[in-house]
Design a binder for this molecule. Sequence first.
Ligand code: NAD
Length: 297
Amino acid sequence: MRIAFIGLGRMGLPMAANLLRAGHEVAGFDLVAASLERHAANGGRAAASVADAVAGAEVVVTMLPAGKHVAALVPDILAAVHGAPLLIDSSTIDVETARHVAAQAAGRGVAMLDAPVSGGVGGATAGTLTFMVGGTEAGFARGLPVLQAMGKTIVLAGGPGAGQSAKICNNMILGISMIAVSEAFVLADRLGLDRQKLFDIASKSSGQCWSLTSYCPVPGPVPTSPANRGYLAGFAAALMLKDLSLAQQAAEAGGAATPLGAHAARIYQALVEAGEGDRDFSVTYEYLSDLYRAEAP
Ligand code: NAD
């Protein structure tokens, strides 16, 4: 298939590489020249502009930082495409913008999917991302072979915006639960309770959750968790703040009470302001541990 890929950043570049590996022709575009060069080195075509990338494409994938970038680019893409390719936006953006651009595309007879991902740079590189998709059944069927080249689990969550809705609901659970697990370990430390003992007991009790058993925020119990490597790499706290902020925006627009989601967003905000934004979001443990006797945000 002839695919255009706009946004060859940390996620986009390895995703485009997997499309190339699957045998697709991929015309890539990014504002950063070095990313275009890396895409060409992977066997892709470095396009000169968005219009150059999308002209003649059967599928256009976007992987951009935020909603404002997607909102700005979709009209340019729609103006430059030939016929009616499928648009797939895999950026994490607000639900409102996702619905708006899908409606804009539909107005031009072009199908669009919102297909945000979970799995991070590791999943993008390995081709094991989870795609949460919003759109029509017909659009999903067209997009499936393309998404399968980049991911392992691909779920149609509902109509336009449903992929973004699923993503922020999931990450709100994750953001809150990571703080809860971190607080439990901080308290255990203060009570003189051995961390491994707490892990062994809670992981088999009602406190069991992914933040504890797969991504434990203290070093030791789960050797693969970022806590064992100084919270480097992993899922950046700044990105968790972004997702929690999107969840708050959606909660306000939709009239949903999410008090813990709001509080979690404030904690990640404080963490980012303390200069921890680039570290893995499970650095909440270290941050909360240092807040001892100080007033929690
Ligand atoms: P990134 O900043 O590394 O990449 C975004 C790329 O888009 C950059 O290379 C930038 O130059 C390019 N870009 C911006 N405006 C452009 C334009 N007008 N034309 C062409 N290119 C343009 O970000 P990332 O980490 O790859 O994340 C991309 C999206 O995926 C974000 O929405 C993010 O929230 C989401 N996401 C990231 C992760 C992660 O672990 N990094 C995990 C899940 C979801």
